[in-house]
Each structure stands twice: as structure tokens, then as C-alpha cells.
Design a protein around this ligand. Structure first.
Ligand SMILES: NC(=O)c1ccc[n+]([C@@H]2O[C@H](COP(=O)([O-])OP(=O)(O)OC[C@H]3O[C@@H](n4cnc5c(N)ncnc54)[C@H](O)[C@@H]3O)[C@@H](O)[C@H]2O)c1
Ligand SMILES: O=C(O)C[C@H](O)C(=O)O
Length: 330
């Protein structure tokens, strides 16, 4: 193995997503079987010991691609030379916490992390924000990194995308591997719009299934959009392995490209030129990737129904942006 190692920083490394994510990165599932990785695990001081334990286990796997592991609570050290940043650690909403408090607490995390990325990350740095509220946390990080192209900051809607593929496969009675081209629009929240109008369900147009409006709007859309809450209700903890899987797939496709004829969903910085989504929010679109750049899939017809749903989710993102702007975070 002669390739130069890629430096991957994972924040919230001692958390449940971190535990499901790190072993897959180190085994090559994220960046491919020929790319060695240097792992940097960032935690708050109270999480450092547990992250060190995870690092011991990573050592014990003897992964040939794992070049080194560093554990730190120093945000500057964590992002020094980083090529890929997975921002997972976030402040969860706790009882009695107002929305403004949640945004402010996360601003205190993602602002400094964005600044550290700006100061020290590699020129090709690519960032995926997983920690909620993911879209607005990505916006905060991007705004604190003025020297890094805004297109390098993304938020995760791949889990919602995968949830939509799975629900659609069940409805169509086909293997999930034969379903493609669903789209998640908007925010990673209950306002997101999982759109199947252009999907291919083992050769059957998704629009045919969407024509059953009672199923589509009253079952499919809420099942996908509220799946995170359903997992919390069932498991007593939020999704972890599926979230880690989606993060792996997001970065894999970003760096190595999406398959021919297929798109995925990712929340990217809107430049105002696609599907009527205003500039300056991190919103989910149908995207392909080649050469390490996301590109929005153009020319999809947007029905009146889709327009209304996209606008509603975008309105929520604009509200979140205004709230963090009011707090001086962007
Ligand atoms: N976008 C998505 O699809 C999606 C899906 C699932 C979960 N999430 C979100 O991902 C986040 C992490 O989930 P989890 O289950 O791993 O949570 P968790 O509570 O198990 O772990 C979070 C970890 O982050 C650490 N942390 C907190 N602040 C930090 C900071 N400033 N720097 C470094 N580390 C810090 C904590 O110590 C903790 O170990 C949550 O915000 C969750 O809501 C997003
Ligand atoms: O952590 C959450 O609130 C839910 C999570 O974002 C998910 O979609 O599973």
C-alpha cells in the first residue's frame, strides 16, 4: 500500500454513531480499499476516556488501512490537515430547552469547529454534518470558514433517502436494490419532502405508486419524515448504525462518485439557482457526484404538490437561519 493516508476527523467519537462509524471507516468502507486513513477523534473532555477505549479496539482490529489514531479534546488539533470532517457530536435537546437555546448551544460547537476547519484543514477538506439540527449546524460551520468553498459543507439527508428507498421497495414488493432515484427535499426534519415522482421501482415509475394519494401522503411521507422519532420511541435511543451507514455512503459517493444513471440526496449550500430554493441555506436536493463535487440533478418536473411541500421545508430552514442570525451565529 503506497497511497498517502487521508486524514478523517470524527467529532462525537465516543457517542453511539461514532462507535458504529469508526470501524467502517478504518476498514475502508468509506474511502475504498486502497486508501489508508489517519483517524482523529474529537470529544469533549468527559468523552475522551471512552474515545480512547474505542481507539484501543480499533487497534485491536489490526485494520491494514488504519495508519494512525489520535484522540483529542482540542478542536484546533482535531482539524489540523483534515481532508474529511464528520461532525457528529452535537448538543441534544433536553427537557425544557427552548429552540433558541438549542440553536445557541450548537452554535457554540459548530462555530468554533468551522473556524478550526478554516484555519487548519487541508485545501480539499469535505465536511459532512450529522449532528442535529444538521442543516443549520452545517450553515453555522460554513459561515465560520470563509476561506473554504461553501460547497464543501454538507448535511446528511442520506438516511432519509435510504429510508424512502426501503419503504418504497416494500410498497412495490421489490428488492430495495431495484429502487432508485427518490429525492429528499429540504430539511432533515419532519418537514422534509420525500419525493417519489421520478423514482424507478424495478422498472415501474414511482409516479404510478404516488398516484395513490392516500398511501403516498398519509403513510409514506410521514413514515419517512418521522422515522427518526419512531426509532427513538422503539429503541429508546436515536438511530445509530443506520445513521453511520448513511454517513459512510454520503462521503463514499461524494469522493468516489455516484453510480451511472442514479442520484442520491444530500443537503448542500443552495446558490439560489435550483428549484426555487433561495441562496444561503443548506437544503437537500437530488444530487450526483463526480470528480468530488456534488451537482444538483436538473430538469425534474416539480408538481404543485411537491412545490408546496418543498416551500414548507425551505421556510423552516429560513426560519432556522434567521434564528441563528439573530443570535449572531451566522
Ligand atoms: N442527520 C441525521 O440523519 C441524523 C441521524 C441520527 C442522529 N443524528 C444526530 O447525530 C448526533 C449524534 O448522535 P449520537 O446518537 O451519536 O449521540 P450521542 O449522544 O451518543 O453522542 C454524541 C457525542 O458527541 C459528543 N460531543 C458533544 N459535544 C461535542 C463537541 N463539542 N465536540 C466533540 N464531541 C462532542 C458527546 O460527548 C457524545 O459522546 C445527534 O445530534 C443526533 O440527533 C443525525
Ligand atoms: O436524533 C434524532 O432526533 C433523529 C435522527 O435525526 C434520525 O433521523 O434518526
Amino acid at each position: 500500500m503506497t497511497a498517502t493516508p487521508v486524514t478523517v476527523t470524527v467529532t462525537g467519537a465516543a457517542g453511539q454513531i461514532g462507535y458504529a462509524l469508526l470501524f467502517r471507516i478504518a476498514s475502508g468502507q468509506m474511502l475504498g480499499p486502497d486508501t489508508p486513513v489517519r483517524l482523529r477523534l474529537l470529544e469533549i473532555p468527559a468523552g475522551v476516556r471512552a474515545a480512547e477505549g474505542t481507539a484501543m479496539e480499533l487497534d485491536d482490529c489490526a485494520f491494514p488501512l488504519l495508519a494512525s489514531i489520535d484522540v483529542t479534546d482540542d478542536v484546533t488539533a482535531a482539524f489540523d490537515g483534515t481532508n474529511v470532517g464528520l461532525l457528529v457530536g452535537a448538543r441534544p435537546r433536553t427537557k425544557g430547552m427552548e429552540r433558541g437555546d438549542l440553536l445557541a448551544a450548537n452554535g457554540g460547537i459548530f462555530g468554533p469547529q468551522g473556524a478550526a476547519i478554516n484555519a487548519g484543514a487541508a485545501d480539499d477538506v469535505r465536511v459532512l454534518v450529522v449532528g442535529n439540527p444538521a442543516n443549520t449546524n452545517a450553515l453555522i460551520a460554513a459561515k465560520h470558514a470563509p476561506d473554504v468553498p461553501a460547497s464543501r459543507f454538507t448535511a446528511m439527508t442520506r438516511l432519509d433517502h435510504n429510508r424512502a428507498l426501503s419503504q418504497l421497495a416494500t410498497r412495490g414488493g421489490v428488492p430495495v436494490g431495484q429502487v432508485r432515484n427518490v429525492t429528499i427535499w429540504g430539511n432533515h426534519s419532519a418537514t422534509q419532502f420525500p419525493d417519489i415522482a421520478h423514482a424507478d421501482v424495478a422498472g415501474r415509475p414511482g409516479a404510478e405508486l404516488a398516484a395513490d394519494a392516500a398511501w403516498y401522503l398519509d403513510e409514506f411521507v410521514p413514515t419517512v419524515a418521522k422515522r427518526g422519532a419512531a426509532i427513538i420511541e422503539a429503541r429508546g435511543a436515536s438511530s445509530a448504525a443506520s445513521a453511520a451507514n448513511a454517513a459512510i455512503e454520503h462521503v463514499h459517493d461524494w469522493v468516489l462518485g455516484t453510480p451511472e444513471g442514479e442520484w442520491t440526496s444530500a443537503a448542500i449550500m443552495s446558490d439560489g439557482s435550483h428549484y426555487g430554493v433561495p441562496e444561503g441555506i443548506v437544503s437537500s436536493f437530488p444530487v450526483t457526484s463526480s470528480g468530488g463535487e456534488w451537482e444538483v440533478v436538473e430538469g425534474l418536473e416539480v408538481s404543485d404538490l411537491a412545490r408546496e411541500r418543498i416551500d414548507a421545508s425551505v421556510a423552516e430552514l429560513l426560519e432556522e437561519r434567521d434564528a441563528v442570525a439573530g443570535l449572531g451565529l451566522v
